[in-house]
Structures are given as structure tokens and as C-alpha cells.
Design a protein around this ligand. Structure first.
Ligand code: CTP
Length: 211
């Protein structure tokens, strides 16, 4: 199968030297890319800036706007990237100088890539990720519905030893038919193998249903 995987944070510029970003390390997305390759799949990895080398054998692309460009040639989209929700309304062409006690930045919403994907008769399976600090189940179920995902992988990032930047993770997977499956805490590389199996199985099931 052809996997399209996004990973890492995005950066939204404020001025020539500053940006808005987040703590995503890209480890989960890169581990999924590696596990998908190991399982014999084709992988395109679209990554934000991270301190990781793409696993040998993947096609690496380094900007997130390319999701729309590559998605139609894919069987599975795994949106692991932590896309910034807001960007500066006006990016300053020159460095913003220090002046007053308070500085107010006007931020506007970015485009939600996941929510903007074609929904009707799509051939590819869409997997979203939900990083939550509270009400994990409720928020994940809402994202599944509102972003028209086939699967949402939710992780609780409230603890220091799971989720963001960590080498381990614990996730609950929510399916469109209301089923859910919990995978207990494990190294991201091990977890990734399990996830790849679940994703490719769901995609296969979808295909057989259509035939
Ligand atoms: N996502 C996206 N485009 C955005 C923001 C998020 O495609 N502009 C995707 C992420 O890649 C992820 C999913 O949406 O697969 C959920 O991202 P998350 O940050 O957990 O949720 P948000 O929709 O941003 O909602 P909130 O920040 O309120 O939790």
C-alpha cells in the first residue's frame, strides 16, 4: 500500500527571525514511516523541521502544503504532524523591535488540512491524530466526526513520560463505527508497528466492502 505520512511541527513566521511552533519531535510519525517500510509499504514522509533523519527508503518531502498534492496517489493518509492552528495575521518584513511593555500579536486560524480533504467517494483511508491534555475520549470522538476521519489516534499528552518529545506513547484508537482499541504504553517504534497493522487492515477491509 502507499502511505502518505505527515510528521513533526509546523512553523508560522512572525518576522524574519521569529516563528510560532510547538514541541512536536516527529518521533511518532517517523516511527510509523519506518514500520510501514518494514512491512513492505511505499512511504512518502512529509515532515516539518525535526532533528531526525528520514528512514532510508522513504520519499521525504519537507513541507506540509504538499498533502493535497500527493494524497490522490495514496491509499492511506496518516496525519501525525502537529500543524499550527494559528498564524500571524501580518508577517513583518523587518525584525520587530523591542518597544513597549506589552506586545499584542494578531493571530488568525490556519487552514485545517485534515478537515479540508475531499470526503465524498475518497479511495484513501484518513487517519488523524489527537493530542489531548484532558477529556481525551470526548475530544477525539469530536475530531473524528468533525474532520471526517476514518480513524483517530488519541494520545494523552498530560503526563511527561508519554506523548510529545517522549520515546514512548500510549494511545487509544477510535474508529468511525464507534469501536475503540487501547494500546498500552510502549516505545514509539513498537507502537508504530501495531498502528501500521491496524491502519492497513482497515484499508483492506474498506476495499473488500466496496468490491
Ligand atoms: N490538523 C490539520 N490542520 C491543522 C490543524 C490540525 O490537518 N491546521 C490535523 C493534525 O495533523 C491532526 C488532527 O488535525 O491529525 C488533530 O490535531 P490537533 O492539534 O490534535 O487538533 P486541532 O484540530 O488543532 O484542535 P485543538 O487544537 O483544539 O485540540
Amino acid at each position: 500500500m502507499r502511505f502518505l505520512i505527515t510528521a513533526g511541527p509546523t512553523r508560522e513566521p512572525i518576522d524574519p527571525v521569529r516563528y510560532i511552533s510547538n514541541r512536536s519531535s516527529g518521533k511518532m510519525g517517523y516511527a510509523i514511516a519506518e514500520a510501514a517500510l518494514e512491512a513492505g509499504h511505499d512511504v512518502i514522509l512529509i515532515s516539518g523541521p525535526v532533528n531526525l533523519d528520514p528512514p532510508p527508503g522513504v520519499r521525504a518531502v519537507s513541507i506540509l502544503t504538499s498533502v493535497h498534492r500527493h494524497i490522490r496517489d495514496s491509499d492511506l493518509l496518516v496525519m501525525c504532524a502537529a500543524v499550527a492552528d494559528y498564524k500571524a495575521q501580518k508577517v513583518s518584513a523587518t525584525k520587530i523591535k523591542k518597544r513597549d511593555e506589552h506586545l499584542v500579536l494578531d493571530l488568525i486560524l490556519t487552514r485545517d488540512i485534515l478537515a479540508s480533504l475531499p470526503n465524498k467517494d475518497r479511495q484513501f483511508l484518513v487517519v488523524g491524530f489527537a493530542a489531548e491534555t484532558n477529556d481525551v475520549e470526548e475530544n477525539a470522538a469530536k475530531k473524528l466526526r468533525e474532520k471526517n476521519c476514518d480513524i483517530i489516534v488519541a494520545n494523552d499528552i498530560s503526563s511527561v513520560d508519554s506523548g510529545m518529545e517522549s520515546d514512548a506513547n500510549e494511545v487509544t484508537i477510535f474508529f468511525r463505527n464507534g469501536e475503540k482499541k487501547k494500546i498500552s504504553r510502549a516505545p514509539k517504534k513498537i507502537l508504530a508497528r501495531e498502528l501500521v497493522k491496524i491502519f492497513s487492515h482497515s484499508r483492506e477491509k474498506r476495499l473488500t466492502k466496496k468490491m
